[in-house]
Design a protein around this ligand. Structure first.
Ligand SMILES: [Ca+2]
Ligand SMILES: [Ca+2]
Ligand SMILES: [Ca+2]
Ligand SMILES: [Ca+2]
Length: 279
């Protein structure tokens, strides 16, 4: 084979492989997702909270049914309204929303919404419906909305759409309960009660937010072992394999002098105070 022929073959093979890869990538459909929006809210007791149920990347969607569960000590159901997703192209729709077993204290709404007649399904993204609640309590204030018994149905008879159903959180702030650091997380639920940390970032999930948790070793005592772990990650940012999120106390994406200063402040002491178990 001449050098010219070899070159042509190489180009042909490279282009072919490239085309196969592109075809493989474009044939992967985006997953359909159903998400309550906003996915995190921090209202006060007495406020009205409306949650949009958003569908993304649906294909030929005709109907949806699900149970929507929440903490009935925190939320009181007010109303539901249809979104624009299903009644596209002038199709009629029907929506029904009721308490599970007619029991308001069940903390579950049963929701059904559908297009009517022979109309085709809809594709794309949009709001399925909006559910509104009054915030009635702050029972240590994380309330999760979850979907159960959920399904999306296509226009073809008995066709179901595969979908990922996401949950969301509602953190209720009660101005009548103590909040020492004034970060709008009441002390009873704050993972650092003396340090303002609205994001409640706690990368090792031990109940102490990173901003008050230089106890990287998790032995309830901030000392030389923690300093050694900080040193091992020192200078590293998120793009560096040496980066340790548990040593990034201030959450600026790098382990550096700000974090060292926090460790110094706690040296010889316990982490917290917060929701963790160090006595
Ligand atoms: Ca607080
Ligand atoms: Ca705090
Ligand atoms: Ca922690
Ligand atoms: Ca840092």
């Amino acid at each position: 084979m001449t050098a010219k022929k070899q070159f042509k073959l190489k180009v042909f093979l490279t282009v072919s492989i490239y085309c196969v890869v592109i075809a493989a990538i474009s044939s992967v459909d985006a997953a359909t997702t159903v998400t309550p929006v906003p996915d995190s809210l921090n209202p006060q007791v007495g406020a009205t909270v409306c949650v949009q149920i958003k569908v993304n990347d649906a294909v030929d969607l005709y109907a949806a049914g699900f149970d929507f569960s929440y903490n009935p000590g925190v939320l009181d159901y007010l109303s539901a309204s249809e979104g624009a997703l299903l009644n596209q192209n002038d199709a009629s729709t029907i929506m029904q929303v009721w308490y599970l077993n007619g029991d308001k204290s069940s903390g579950k709404m049963v929701v059904g919404i559908s297009r009517l007649g022979n109309s085709p399904g809809v594709s794309g993204s949009g709001t399925l419906l909006t559910l509104c609640f009054r915030v009635i309590g702050s029972a240590c204030p994380v309330c999760r909305y979850e979907f159960e018994n959920a399904s999306l149905e296509g226009a073809e008879q008995d066709s179901k759409l595969d979908a990922i159903w996401n949950s969301a959180k509602l953190k209720v702030y009660d101005p009548n309960q103590p909040d020492f650091d004034r970060d709008r997380i009441n002390d009873a639920c704050d993972n650092c009660t003396l340090q303002a940390n609205t994001d409640q970032r706690d990368t090792d999930n031990d109940g102490y937010g990173n901003i008050c948790d230089p106890d990287i070793k998790n032995d309830c005592y901030v000392n030389y072992g923690d300093l050694a772990l900080l040193k091992a990650a020192f200078g590293a940012c998120t793009d560096n394999p040496k980066y340790n999120p548990n040593a990034d106390f201030d959450g600026n994406g790098c382990v550096n002098y700000g974090d060292l200063a926090i460790l110094k402040k706690y040296f010889g002491k316990k982490p917290g105070p917060g929701l963790g178990n160090c006595k």
